[in-house]
Design a protein around this ligand. Sequence first.
Ligand code: S3P
Length: 439
Amino acid sequence: MKTELIRPIVSLSGPLELPGDKSISHRYAMLAALADGTSELRNFAAARDCHSTLGCLKSLGADVKVEGTTVKITGHGLHGLKSSWRALDAENSGTTIRLLSGILSGQEFSTKITGDASLQKRPMKRVIAPLRQMGAEIRAKDDNFPPLEIHGGKLRAIHYEMPMASAQVKSAVLLAGLYAEGITEVAEPAKTRDHTELALEEFGALIKKRGRTVAIHGMASKNGHAALRPKSLDVPGDLSSAVFFIAAASMLPESNLYIANVGLNPTRSAILDFFQQMGASVSVLHLQSKQGELIGDISVKGSPLKGGFISGDLVPLLIDELPMLAALGPYTEQGIEIRDAQELRVKESDRIAALAGNLKRMGAKVEERPDGLRVEGRGAGQLRGAEIDPRGDHRIAMAFAVAGLGASSETLILDADCAGVSFPAFFAELRRLSASGNQ
Ligand code: S3P
């Protein structure tokens, strides 16, 4: 188990470019495997999760070539996948298993898909229920947990009202909708990231959006010869990875950080507005639209942070940034309060418990609640270094590495390799930018 020692520093400065967005990379890879021909995906995510997706696609017969950060995938059309003799392994990746479940529901063969110990504890009923309504036969442990056995086939279009705001559930239904006859509709209770819709349009599917409802026209109907077209695409840098550096630079007064080429899709960028509302010096430059996604540079300088409150419809828009915001709480004036975020309990770890437990070890004042937590601000005193157990969760490891930068003593991150699930170069980049500050 690799550990990382975090020493307090006074600033974080320099230029930074991030590997490709994890959510977008998953989707481009899956759609490329269903297209007719070879797609080229540049700046593909380094994230281990996305390589889990590539592994599954290879097992399903797609031709996948990884050349540095470029991935070439040759698909053979919507019905070009082949059955895999062994179970697919989604490893730690919820996006892989849930989105692939949608695609596998449309196949004429059966597939078993599973993952690591963390993934085997994550709820799948949320995708099983709508996919069954569409006609797939799915078996799962306790009817909820991986491994899943998916017997796909002919699907019918449905109108699905999602009980929770989840981009993964929406995406599973839309991907299955590719294989259904007619128009499949998904209505979400609150806006979630829309990369699946944008990527489907990019690859040539017909998508319609009306308020919080997304509709997809099935492409695999009896007389339809419609195919997704292969694409040559650039994946923007991952904003959710950028957030750890934005937080670190904001909280350390002398910082001056410039992050180039970051994905700024409006369903992801609420975090930048939130930082600005807290008083952070964060600005966006060179904003442009590419392949339906917004991209720009982000400049961050150190600045006092007020703190803030997150609840309701803001939660799904900030879902992956909540660990960092909570761990930033003790560095803000009024602290951070998070409500309506019970989803955090079923992520790669129980993130509410992992945040509360580790923050307390560093001396923070925290109140843990079923649906969130309240972390006291500066008034509760400076954090001290501690031994952090990230519980195998990448975002917990990275959030506490950042919190450790402003602590009064050294912090040891246990099992630090887990950061590779989304950002293998995280600690190397943190060291590089710390060194170019005034350590
Ligand atoms: C993701 C959606 C979110 C997010 C996850 C990635 C995606 O999950 O937390 O890291 O790529 O669709 P939910 O949709 O389950 O909230």
